[in-house]
Each structure stands twice: as C-alpha cells, then as structure tokens.
Design a protein. Structure first.
Length: 601
C-alpha cells in the first residue's frame, strides 16, 4: 500500500501543536507543577514591589513635608529587597526546573524524528534533499525548544500579571487607569497578532530560501568530483549565488515588516504610558493622590508594558518557531509505503527457500518493470539473474528486501509471504552486497563491523580475510583505523566493494544477494573473491544479480530477464546450447574482453 502524506493545516501547526507535544511532557508532570508554583510566586512578588515602593516614597515624603529629620523606613526597604530577590529567585528556579523538561522533550522528539526518517521507505529517501532536510529538522527542534520555554512560561505569566494589575488598579484607584491598561493591552495584542500573521509569510520565505541554499551547497560539495570533472565551479557558484540572492530578498522583506511591527507596538505603549502619567499627575496636583501613588502608577505601567513588549517578541518568535516546526511535522505526518502488517510475526528461516510467484511490479502506472515473473531459489543453492541493463534485475532484489511491495503476485521465503512478516526480521535474514557501496566516514574496521555491530574482533578479522582485504589493510598508514572519507571517497570502487563483501560476510545471514557485486573489481580480484563466495554458497541460499556472465557460470540455475520477463532459464551450458538471448550476451561479452580468450566449458 502506498504511503499517504497527511495534510497538515496551518491552524493545526499553530495551536493544536501542544496536544502533539504533551506525550513528551507528561512524564515530567511533577517538575512542571513545581515550575508553575515558582512562576506564581515570582509574579506575586513582582506585583507586590510597586506597593512596597509606594509606601517607602510616601513615608519619606511625609517626613520631608513636616521638615523633621527623615527616618528611613528600614523595614519597608528590607521588605523591598527581599521581595525583589524572591521575584528573581523564583524565576530562576522556574527556568531551572523547566529546563530539564525542555531538554528531555527535545531529546525524545529529535530521536522520534530520526527513527521516523529511518522507517520511511526507499522512495522517500531517493527524493529527499539532504541539506534542506537537515535544516528543517534543526529549525524544528530549536523551534520546539523555544515554544516550550516561552509560550508556557512567558506568555501565560504575562497575561496573568496583566490581569492582576488591572484588578488592583480598578480596586485601589480610579477605573480610568485599569481602563487605560486594559485598552492598551487589547490594542497591543490585536495589532501584534494581525501584523505577525501578515509577516509570517515572509518568515516562511526566509526558511524556504535558507533550505534551498543549504541544499544547493551540500549537493554541490558532496559531488565536488563531478563538478571538477566538468569544470563547472563557476556554474555551481552562480546557482548558489541565485539561491543566496533569493534568501537576501526574503530577509529584507522580513526585516522591513519587523520594523513596521516594532514601530506600531512602541507607539501603543508610549501613548498609554503618557496618558496614564498625565492623569496621575493631575490627581497628585489636586491632592487626591500621593507622590507614592504616582510612582506606583508609573511602576505598574512600566512593569506591565515591559513584559508586554517582551510578549510581542515572544509571540513573534513563537509564530516563527511554529513555521519552522511546520516542516518537521510534515515529515512526521508522512506514513511509510512499506510497513509491517498489524501483529506481523517474525520470519523464521529453516531452509532458506525463496520463491517468486507471478510477480509483477510498476514504479509508475504507465511503465511495467516486471511482468508475471516466477522462479524459485532452492535452499543452499546459487541462482543467477542476468540480462541487459534495464531488464529489471536489480528490482528483484529491491522487492525481496521489501524496499517496495509487489504490484501483483507474491514473494515467499520458506513458504512465508514476506509482506506478512516483520520487516526487521526479514531484512535481518538477508545479506546484500550492493552495486554502489556507500561507506560511513569512519575507520575501515568500523565500516566492516557495521555488518554485525556486536561482532568480536576475531569475527571481523575473519570476514576481512574472506574478502581478501587483509593485505590491503596492512599496507594502509593507519592500518584498520584508516578513515575512509565521506561516503568512502578515499577508497577505490573495487576496495569499497570488498569492504561491502566483508560486511555482508560478517552478517552471516541465511540468504545472500549479490547485486553486481564484482562490477568494479579487476579480473584477478574478481576471481579471488568469486572463489571465496563459492565456498560460502554451500552454506547459504544465494541470489546473484549480474551483468558480467563470467561471474555466474558456476550457478546452479541461471535466469535470463528481458524487458521484465523471463525469456530463458537453465544452467550455463544448457543456455549456451539454446543459442538464444544468453548465448548472444555471452558471445558479445567474450568479444569485448581483451585479457582472455572465449572459453566455452
């Protein structure tokens, strides 16, 4: 069944995201509870500061008006210091407690995305752009961190503080002050939301341009040898420059829209603060309010608008984070085309018999790759699939390994349909030596050990010996610790294939697939490795996909594919005697060899 790409609405990525993050948070409920208590304590202390300051100023002003010696209100001053320290302390404790929650959530989400990407099928990875994908994941993870830290512990606390201040101003003073605060906050939030929604598209354009430029740079650097072979350095720089120009334009649009947002927010704050202070000043002049009340009003207004200004920044950043998370959620919304059936059992290999039963396959609906292909690979035998390029040989391996599912028919191992068994157990039972070997940028020893990561050193050394890599490794400056370079670029094609062979030998699976496994080897190396593989063939079921017929003359059975269909099959000798497609391929390859004469057995 083909995978579905679940549609992710913008609304979903905006506010329902918390529901999707909750499973990563609920294991730390006790920490979140303590952090919330510290948050409430910090806000109560913060709101209490202006009242203490009011009483301090009124006490000092009273003594000043009576022309008596000023007595310091020491108790109030100490209370002010303790309250301010408590506000900071509770805030730091809150951040410390919740920091652990954030880090664990980032850890689990990052791991979840990584696992999900590895579960996705081959078709996804063939279409992906590595540079852009890595940037999307990085931005998404950082966006989640910001969202958890600021949305829960800055936006909500700021709104709570605004509510407390409005209530206190209404209760303690004239309703006009509460009205000014409430009106300004409403106007500020409305303006911020409207403007931020407008400018989010510019941020999306920045992210997209950044991903495209990163993809272009990574793709060019990974293929640097091809760039040099065709002297296209200037062309690559031009393409990268075009992506950077697009990124620069998007950044400029984003910056100008930010200027408009910040300017509007500053105007609202300045107008509200000035209006409140003018009214408070008139009340002080009329004697209906004390100087301490004026300072309290000023402190409350500043105390409200400072976090409100920060609230605008947080909201902008949260919107930006959500835009970044959007791409990562789209990745998580992709369902693999190839997945386990519910409660799929493990594959149990007793003999290793492989059977293709009327298998047909299409990559696209308008092109048949395989048509009604049926054959059997008996246990402990070696069967070869040969044919011209494009005949569908490698597709058989991809179907057996379940990189794709068949369009029609069925593939069985020991009479167990492979689409009904656990994928991990299926792939664990099959060893593959691919045509194009890609290695990790680590030592040659660790690349071989990757075939079975828990293998002993002696087992790795035996695999090296069977693949005839021992002499080559001894000649390397750092021996087995020699780094192979990114994607194994420091090794030749033949050396990489021998590493792949050693890796497959170390795995010791019941079935082995050789997909043009000796195509990059010279004649001498090919013969040496074929001898080693022939020794192994008696112990494992072997399927050889080959273009060079000289590598499969010892096969128990040879199948000739042409245009996705089996046109001939038999032993090497019987196929030559038929003077059909196999005979033509054999004759053609023998005539193109310069190092040996045709040798018909």
């Amino acid at each position: 069944m083909r995978g579905q790409h679940a549609s992710v609405s913008y609304k979903d990525t905006n506010w329902r995201i918390i529901n999707r993050l909750w499973p990563y948070l609920k294991t730390h409920c006790h920490r979140i509870g303590l952090a919330l208590m510290c948050l409430i304590g910090a806000k109560i202390a913060s709101v209490g500061l202006p009242f203490i300051l009011k009483h301090i100023i009124d006490a000092l002003d009273q003594h000043s008006n009576t022309h008596s010696s000023i007595t310091l209100p020491l108790g109030l001053l100490l209370a002010y210091g303790v309250t301010r320290f408590s506000s900071v302390l509770f805030g730091e404790l809150r951040d410390t407690l919740f920091g652990r929650v954030t880090e664990r959530a980032m850890h689990h989400i990052g791991l979840h995305v990584f696992e999900h990407l590895h579960r996705l099928d081959l078709a996804f990875h063939l279409d992906r752009q590595t540079g852009g994908l890595s940037r999307d994941i990085e931005r998404g993870t950082n966006g989640i961190s910001f969202l958890l830290r600021f949305m829960v512990f800055n936006i909500v606390p700021t709104l709570l503080e605004i509510g407390l201040v409005v209530a206190l101003l209404w209760w303690q003073y004239h309703f006009i002050f509460a009205g000014i605060v409430l009106s300004a906050v409403t106007l500020y939030i409305g303006f911020s939301v409207f403007t931020t929604e407008w400018r989010t598209r510019f941020l999306r354009e920045v992210n997209q341009a950044e991903s495209q430029s990163s993809t272009r740079a990574v793709d060019s650097l990974l293929n640097h040898e091809t760039v040099k072979l065709f002297t296209n350095e200037h062309f690559e720089c031009q393409r990268y420059d075009a992506e950077l120009t697009r990124w620069e334009h998007a950044r400029r649009q984003n910056r100008l829209s930010l200027f408009a947002l910040n300017g509007g927010q500053a105007l609202i704050i300045a107008a509200a603060l000035t209006t409140a202070l003018i009214i408070a000043g008139k009340h002080v002049a009329a004697g209906t309010m004390s100087l301490g009340d004026f300072v309290l009003i000023n402190s409350f207004m500043i105390q409200i608008f400072m976090p409100l200004n920060f609230l605008g920044f947080v909201y902008r950043e949260v919107k930006g984070s959500l835009a970044s998370i959007e791409k990562m959620l789209e990745l998580l919304a992709i369902t693999p085309r190839i997945s386990d059936a519910p409660h799929a059992p493990d594959l149990h290999v007793t003999h290793g018999d492989i059977q293709f039963d009327h298998v047909s396959f299409q990559y696209t609906a308008d092109r048949d790759i395989l048509r009604q292909v049926s054959f059997r690979v008996p246990a402990k035998q070696k069967v070869a699939i040969v044919g011209a390029s494009g005949a569908g040989k490698s597709t058989l391996f991809k179907l057996l390994f379940r990189f794709y599912d068949v369009t029609q028919g069925e593939i069985r191992i020991d009479d167990q349909p492979i689409h009904r068994v656990n994928l991990h157990s299926l792939r664990r039972a099959i060893g593959v030596i691919p045509q194009d070997t890609v290695l990790f940028n680590t030592s040659i020893w660790e690349n071989i050990r990757y075939g079975r990561v828990d293998a002993t050193d002696s087992a790795v050394q035996e695999a090296i010996r069977l693949a005839h890599l021992d002499q080559f490794i001894e000649q390397l400056p750092n021996g087995r610790n020699t780094l192979v370079g990114e994607r194994g670029l420091k090794l030749s094609g033949g050396e990489k294939q021998r590493v792949a062979i050693a890796r497959a030998l170390l795995k010791k699976p019941p079935s082995l697939i050789f997909d043009e496994a000796t195509s990059s080897l010279d004649s001498h190396s090919e013969q040496v490795i074929l001898q080693a593989l022939q020794e192994m063939a008696h112990e494992q079921t072997t399927l050889v996909i080959a273009h060079r017929l000289s590598t499969v003359i010892d096969a128990d059975h040879i199948i000739v594919l042409a245009k996705g269909q089996i046109v001939e099959q038999g032993t090497h000798r019987s196929l030559l005697q038929q003077h059909g497609q196999y005979h033509k391929l054999w004759t053609l390859q023998q005539h193109t060899r310069h190092d040996s004469k045709p040798a018909l057995p």
